[in-house]
Design a protein around this ligand. Structure first.
Ligand SMILES: Nc1ncnc2c1ncn2[C@@H]1O[C@H](COP(=O)(O)OP(=O)(O)O)[C@@H](O)[C@H]1O
Ligand SMILES: O=P(O)(O)O[C@H]1O[C@H](CO)[C@@H](O[C@H]2O[C@H](CO)[C@@H](O)[C@H](O)[C@H]2O)[C@H](O)[C@H]1O
Length: 460
């Protein structure tokens, strides 16, 4: 955990009581149907790890954070409230008997009792162990769960002072969550990230001992902002170029990379190792790309006929001699992770790829991975927005890359190494997307699959 967290005692999980078995069974049956459920496609049952109890300050409902073991081994957080009678509005999970009492189980994110309880115990960035200020009953006016495609669950809290958004982490793991750690580290030097206002940590048993990790974060709400993907799709549909929007996004991306290098520097290799820049790094990067490609080929059989060409493109990376040093990166950078506000772009969600193992997400990587992710996203916007002009995507990509190279000091045109790395990293992301779409939005698989073929055909 980061230094900022050492003053907050984690909320400990207790074992699930025998009288709570029906509750756990009802939640375990409901969770796999939710958009945020991380283990789509598996039919194995969830098992219980424990329960974190929170107290509703006005005592209207019981508030429980259920921690469930996913079939793949990860931990899922499901906040619920227990109400004695029918709860109006969305989020009802079901009716069960708990400790001999008939209750209605409600998805906590939809219940003010959970929000009150969370805000009362979260550690505020300003005030140490105290919860955030501005918490009268009116503070929850206008609270609303976001309904978009999310791997976590976010609740808008426009009535807080300042207006905020609560992100409840669904998959939790031991150690600092990058979505707390990274914006906290960046926000003093980089204006392109919303400031974290408060966060909550929990602890639960794991085979190797007690795990301590973040359960959620409250961040400053970016007001009147447009979602980058919606904005880009709208432009594509209208046949209007992304133009300056793409270029300023490229610039913001380069500034983010500079702030990441400065605020979260990559430790130097231990003495005596040969981890230097140059070919050793290139071979390591190529090996990592090859491992990810094999995993994608295993998970999406549609990719198998392309295996040889994928391997060939990756082998080219191993030969590069002038790779830039690896650094902390965003890791899952796309248009849905950026907001366009009146004063420029804001970057969200530093958690990395939801399908990547937690240990891999904070690993130093090529900064160009993020630029490649955004290039993929421009391709998605062209497809989803229905751009009629095939040049729409090419022009947006050009401005994005030009803004990035200019602000990062590399200048245009891009070097041969940059071009080759961008192609390999775009392919890497497109392979990941084929797996992601097969699991989540099968109707969209053709978008990344088309990109895989373009990139392998040398026309990417
Ligand atoms: N600070 C913020 N201000 C305004 N909207 C936000 C903010 N943070 C997140 N959002 C909205 O919530 C959505 C989901 O947030 P994100 O952190 O990307 O969640 P996830 O990791 O679950 O995808 C974003 O696409 C954006 O629309
Ligand atoms: O935002 P998340 O961290 O949950 O990221 C996952 O979901 C994204 C979809 O919401 C997915 O992004 C893919 O689709 C986007 C359009 O919806 C597109 O802009 C991206 O380029 C494309 O990768 C992301 O890959 C996944 O990790």
């Amino acid at each position: 955990m980061t230094a900022q967290d050492t003053t907050q005692s984690p909320r400990p999980a207790r074992p699930v009581a025998a009288a709570e078995t029906d509750l756990v069974a009802a939640v375990a049956a409901w969770a796999p149907e939710q958009r945020w459920f991380p283990a789509k496609g598996t039919t194995d049952a969830l098992s219980s790890i424990g329960v974190v109890d929170l107290a509703d300050p006005v005592g209207e409902a019981e508030v429980l954070l259920l921690l469930l073991r996913l079939p793949g081994g990860g931990v899922l957080q499901v906040p619920v409230t227990l109400r004695p009678e029918q709860h109006p509005g969305p989020g009802v999970v079901g009716a069960v008997e708990v400790r001999g009492r008939a209750v209605v189980v409600v998805d906590g994110c939809h219940d003010p009792a959970f929000l009150r309880a969370w805000l009362a115990v979260a550690r505020s960035a300003e005030d140490g162990d105290h919860g955030p200020e501005g918490l009268g009953t009116e503070a929850l006016t206008g609270a609303r769960v976001l309904t978009g495609e999310q791997s976590n669950t976010s609740v808008l809290l426009p009535g807080l002072d300042p207006p905020a958004i609560l992100k409840v982490f669904r998959g939790i793991s031991t150690g600092a969550n990058p979505d707390v750690e990274v914006p906290l580290a960046l926000s003093s030097t980089f204006a392109g990230v919303p400031r974290p206002l408060a966060w909550l940590t929990g602890s639960w048993p794991e085979a190797e001992g007690e795990a301590v990790g973040h359960l959620g974060v409250l961040s400053e709400l970016v007001l009147d902002a447009r979602d980058g993907f919606e904005l880009a799709c709208e432009r594509a549909a209208a046949g209007e170029d992304l133009g300056d929007l793409a270029e300023t996004l490229g610039r913001t991306t380069a500034q983010m990379h500079l702030a990441l290098r400065t605020s979260l520097p990559t430790p130097p290799p231990p003495p005596g190792t040969t981890e230097a820049a140059g070919t050793a790094t290139a071979r390591r990067v190529a090996a990592a790309l090859a491992a990810r490609a094999s995993a994608a080929l295993r998970d999406a059989p549609v990719l198998v006929p392309r295996a040889d060409r994928v391997a060939e493109l990756i082998e080219g990376v191993a030969e590069l001699e002038d790779l830039p040093p690896l650094q902390r990166v965003h890791g899952d950078y796309h248009l849905g992770q950026v907001l366009h506000a009146h004063d420029g772009w804001r970057v969200l969600d530093f958690e990395g790829e939801p399908q990547a193992p937690a240990a891999e997400r904070a690993r130093p990587d090529l900064a160009l991975r993020d630029l490649a992710g955004m290039l993929r996203s421009v391709d998605y916007a062209a497809a989803v927005g229905g751009a009629q002009d095939p040049g729409w995507s090419a022009r947006a990509r050009e401005r994005l890359v030009a803004g990035y190279l200019d602000a990062s000091g590399e200048g245009t045109p891009a070097s041969g190494t940059t071009v080759q790395l961008l192609r390999a990293l775009e392919l890497d992301k497109a392979l990941y997307e084929v797996v992601y779409e097969s699991r989540n939005r099968p109707d969209w698989v053709h978008i990344p699959l088309g990109a895989v073929d373009r990139l392998l055909g040398g026309t990417g």
